[in-house]
Each structure stands twice: as C-alpha cells, then as structure tokens.
Design a protein around this ligand. Structure first.
Ligand SMILES: [Zn+2]
Length: 319
C-alpha cells in the first residue's frame, strides 16, 4: 500500500509517500479521508513535545474509511463505513474503567504513539471503530474524531447546561466552530470572538462584553487575561490549546470568591465519541469544509494551512 512515511525525526525532508506492506490486524480499514490537524503537522515538521513511535512513522490522527476485512469481528463486516476513535487505550487501567479513555495510563494518540491513518490501509481492533450512519458522508464524518470530540468533551467537562451563557474564543478554528455549534445545540446562549469572519446561525452572536458562565479557550495565553473579568460567579473556563502561548496569570481571589473553576480538557472518551456521531447525524451538522487535497499533495495542504477558512481534509482512496 501507499503511505505517508516519516523516515526519521527532523521535518518534511524526511517525509515522503512510499510503498509499504499492508497492515495485518483483526480489522483492516481502507482509509478514504483523513483530517489535517495541528497534531499531524507538528508530527511531520518534527515540532512535538511527545514521543513519536514507531519509526519509520505514519502520521494521521483522524480518519474514516471502509472495513476491508474483519474476519474475527462479530460487530463489523467488510464494506461497513466506519470512523476511528483516535486514542490508543487498553480498556483495563483505572482511567479506562472510569470511562476516561483519553487519559489511559498506557494511552496515546493515533499517528503519534503508533502509526496513524495517512495510508491506504489501517489495521486495528474493533473496539476502536464506530459504525457511521448511511446518511453521513465521509467528508462530514472525518472531522468528528478530533475537532468535534475535543469541543464536545470540553463542554461536558465545563458542565454546560441549557440557558448557560457560553463564550467561544477562536471560533473560526475547527474546535472553536464545533464548540459554538454544539453549545447552541445543547441549549446555551452562544457568543463568539474571532479574528476571521465566522458564519453563524440563530442563537449565536458576536460577543459584546457580556458576562458569561462558560468560556472555551482553544488558543491559549492571549485569550486568558482579557476575558477572565467577564466570567460570572460559578463560571468555568475550559482550555485545550496553546497556539498563542501556554502561560497565564491567575487571580486566586477572583477564583475562590466567585467559586470559579479552571478546567483542562483533552480529546474525549469512547462513549462521548459514540454519542457525538449520533448527535451530529441526527442534527445533520456539517463541518465547514474548505479544501480537499489528495494525500500525495500533503505539502501543498500544509502550506495552505495558515490560510484556511474551514477544514482541510486529505483524500486517501476513493470512497
Ligand atoms: Zn487504560
């Protein structure tokens, strides 16, 4: 099969499309589409804080496809359309038993701690797969596992409830966009801040210094100080990104006198992944697609990443 291979750490000069052996696994997926996310770009550019394994390495944290073979599976058969839960987890540690697979003691992310989906075929176990509804296109499904799930989990971690006022900072990004759309769907009053123009729907409006109950900060330092004064008592700020820096000041008096909470969030659980596919399907949520590149044009896709106005996805094989 063809795969995007990183031969050794050190950037794109060590990355190319190569012919490699097909995977052998209890379930083999033919990958049709993959999302291009910051994590994938950082892996390819060698700009990561985490350990990449194995080498040669196939990146790709977010992908969907068609089951090619599933001889020992009772749940899936060849031809099924599936999405892949992007976290490595063992299902046996205390975090997994508590339904927090994203924090698995021996966990990691596909395309980082093990090979990912920037390849024609991907081998895995059936418990990593979720069946896609027939009504959902691969293009609509491919963004759920990283952008969608990160946003959904963050809103859950923040205890967002109907009627809450939600402020999403960085609303034009993929996770920010899902935070707005899902927050609206969950009954919050949604406000947003964005440098780029964001198409909005009813129930979502530009923030004009209103006090809020929940802040979603997906961009890091820059979105911290100026907004904390607008977090109402019992407010929760949830964060999962550090694009503009990872340091922030915290006024402890403001925190405890108003019983405010600072919450970290990463990825999402296996159960939330199933819930979210159902939610997206039932409400026909369509991500903002911007451009689709063939996998072989990955360098163009990376070069275009900073200009994007919506999602960039990679087409790996024909659906
Ligand atoms: Zn575990």
């Amino acid at each position: 099969m063809k795969a995007l291979i990183i031969r050794q750490p050190g950037g794109l000069q060590n990355t190319r499309i190569e012919e490699v052996e097909n995977p052998e696994s209890s379930v083999v997926i033919r990958v049709t589409h993959a999302g291009l996310n910051p994590v994938d770009i950082n892996v390819m550019l060698g700009k990561v804080n985490y350990n990449i394994a194995p080498y040669p390495h196939i990146p790709g944290a977010e992908f969907v496809g068609v089951v090619e073979s599933a001889a020992s599976s009772k749940k899936f058969k060849a031809g099924d359309r599936v999405a892949i839960y992007p976290r490595i987890y063992d299902g046996t540690c205390e975090r997994c038993k508590d339904g927090m697979e994203e924090l698995c003691r021996s966990g990691g992310i596909f395309g980082v701690g093990c090979n990912g989906g920037f390849s024609e075929f991907f081998g895995t176990d059936e418990f990593h797969l979720e069946l896609l509804p027939n009504s959902m296109s691969f293009e609509d499904a491919v963004s759920i596992a990283v952008g969608g799930l990160t946003a959904y989990h963050a809103l859950k971690r923040a205890g967002l409830k109907r009627g809450d006022r939600l402020l999403v900072i960085g609303a034009s990004g993929n996770t920010g966009w899902y935070s707005m759309i899902l927050g609206n769907l969950l009954g919050a009053r949604v406000y947003y801040v964005s440098r780029k123009k964001v198409p909005v729907e009813s129930g979502i409006s530009e923030w004009k210094n209103e006090k809020v109950d929940v802040i979603v900060n997906s961009i890091g330092s820059e979105a911290w100080d100026p907004y904390m004064d607008y977090l109402d008592t019992n407010g929760r700020i949830v964060t999962f990104g550090t694009l503009t820096g990872k340091d922030a000041k915290l006024n402890l008096a403001q925190l405890y006198t108003g019983e405010r909470s600072v919450i970290g969030s990463t990825g999402g659980s296996r159960k939330e992944f199933s819930e979210l596919i159902k939610l997206v399907s039932e409400n026909q949520i369509k991500p903002r697609l911007w451009k689709t590149y063939d996998l072989k044009d990955y360098e163009k896709a990376i070069a275009d990443y900073g200009n994007r106005e919506g999602r960039i996805i990679l087409k790996v094989t024909d659906p």
